[in-house]
Ligand binder design. Sequence first.
Ligand code: SF4
Length: 500
Amino acid sequence: MSIPSNSSDQKHVLSKSTYIRGLQCKKSLFLYKNFIQLRDPLSSEQAAIFSRGTNIGLIAQGLFPGGIDARSFGKSRADAIKKTQELINSGQEVIYEAAFQHEQILVYLDILIKKDGKWFAYEVKSSVKVSKTYMNDAALQYFVITQNGLALEEMNILYINKEYQRKGELELERFFLTKEVSDYCKEQTEDIQTKVLDLKEVLKLEAIPEVSIGEHCSSPYPCDFMGYCWKNVPKDSVFNIMGANRSELFLMYNAGIQSIRDIENEEVYNREQRIQIWSYKNKKAFASKKGISDFFDTLTYPLYFLDIEICMPALPEFEGNFPYQHIPYQYSLHCKQSADAELTHLDFLAEGMGNPSPQFLEHFLSNIGEKGSILIFDDSAERRVLNQLVKEMPERKAEMDNVLKRFVDITQVFMKRHYYNPLMKGSLSLKNILPALLPGIDYSQLAISNGITALAAFDKLRNPQADLFETDELRKNLLEYCKMDTYAVAMITEKLREFI
Ligand code: SF4
């Protein structure tokens, strides 16, 4: 594939994000700069991730009030760089989004402040811990800023204090923690210089560099060229083997053992993995009558099928909340009183702008009954949120303990491989198991089809400026989505019963 002739200067500029991209994979950097059209289309889930979420960077500006945003004076990077220099020269002591460029590496720094004649840099992260990736991010910024001639007294990362509990007004000084990373940044200078030179060589290449697929395709970030690089990976590839060591799978794959059907030394795999291999080699589903029967023996009627939707705002919105605390805002509950009874349905979606937890719990406990199994597809989030509610409302502890005791996680059937079907594509997600067991039943007709999009819709519902007609539609879509989740679990349960 030849490089398009309309290559522009922009293609030789490394930003912080393209630098990080290049460190992850040179091929990804080259494709991004030259063949952006090969990038995977943004899924509705990714679009929802980008569209929602609190801008923690903006909130952090409150720690250093009175600043000027260098990016707000023009559209181009040149405008922002020029404005940053003007602000520095004019004695401005707090600058947001300060832009610097050194040897065609462009960085924007969240907050730059001058105190007692010295400059301090702050990069803001919406995470509760500082990862190596963030440190490398900061090191690149430090490198570019200092090479520009601005001496930095400190390079810092501002991140979220997970221990912070809201009491009254939000206290930014307690909500954020600061980690000084100046020494790390200084130590990285030489290494960064080498890496930058290396990546600039990538930008000069005439053809796509040869890079095999590997663990780097998803770490530290999922690559957005997987559709292109992974297009020849067979549907029954070795990557479908659940629980196998990923680096060994890539070694096998790159050595030519690409399909599960090519595997010969099955004895090195555990029982669950051998079931999968058997299933692919024989092109049919595996069902253990005994395993499924044992699972049904644990169930008692009435059977409930439950799904709880949860939001985890970075910024604690309500009194007593912590950052990223799990807050339940919706549930769907199907119920079957006996084996022959009709499926009935109840649901709840929080209204208003207040804390949804109390109204959720009141509604939930009055409908979940006192006996009978509660089937959930992966109950980890439901367990976590109910345990959280126990702490918040200890007066309901006995009722909630009873509910928790009745939880049954239906994914156990699939984790223990009492059932496996090659159509599950090596995944334990409901979206893959449902069509594998019940072709024709899926989420494709729904306006909301995944949890992230549901969260984005819930955010919109709570926007005080939201249009009334739009909120009606959003509520309807959210209720349908959650209902589908529990209907799917009820249908899967019925289908599994057929095997015994
Ligand atoms: S999919 Fe993997 S090999 Fe391809 S560009 Fe991305 S990281 Fe590189």
